[in-house]
Design a protein around this ligand. Sequence first.
Ligand SMILES: Nc1nc2c(ncn2[C@@H]2O[C@H](COP(=O)(O)OP(=O)(O)O)[C@@H](O)[C@H]2O)c(=O)[nH]1
Ligand SMILES: [Mg+2]
Length: 212
Amino acid sequence: MTQPQLHSVTGIILAGGRATRMGGTDKGLVELAGQSMVDHVAQRLAPQTGALVINANRNRVAYEQRGWPVVPDAFGEFAGPLAGMAAGLTASTTAWAVTVPCDSPLVPPDLVARLSSAVHADNADLAVAWGAGRMQPVFALLPRRLLPDLEAFLRDGGRKIDQWYARHRVAQADFEDCAEAFLNVNTPEDRDALEARLTRLEAPGAAQPGEL
Ligand SMILES: Nc1nc2c(ncn2[C@@H]2O[C@H](COP(=O)(O)OP(=O)(O)O)[C@@H](O)[C@H]2O)c(=O)[nH]1
Ligand SMILES: [Mg+2]
């Protein structure tokens, strides 16, 4: 298999959830240290990909202001992240796509590089990040050729990411050395805690990024 090149990868930002724990406020649009969470993610992901797509089911106009295509789920009513992956893959024109949740603002700068190396080294169908002691299933590198299989899985009522991955050869990309990269902002308290840390880092004489 040919290793995916950066220009042949579309970044899919998953922002299609209900965000119940955030009080229902659309998580991607939540402000964090001066910009919305979706902008944090786009800023870190765009240099790693040839294009971006945002998967969102609400506030379409606000997401479109970022300048990237915005696509809603085509399956069910909030059927979970797999529905967002399918929507993003449908809108992608590249052979590969990388998915990232909108509520993980510390996306690693070498996410695509490590996922690509893993899928190539294992001659696998797809690659998933492994960090903070567990699989991080929504950080994945997927080939567009798996879209028909994903759609069939969803049509049959499949919703669980692990179950869909189990149908394919999955490579694990090791990110244990940067577990902070998967820090996930699900609640207003998570947001406030991360903002306090980011703001401290920006202050004069602040700690170094490695201390975050
Ligand atoms: N498209 C779509 N995305 C979803 C749905 N539910 C969750 N997501 C996305 O999947 C990711 C993980 O969801 P989240 O609720 O934060 O789960 P957790 O942090 O893993 O507990 C986020 O990027 C959500 O926007 C859904 O029904 N449709
Ligand atoms: Mg989350």
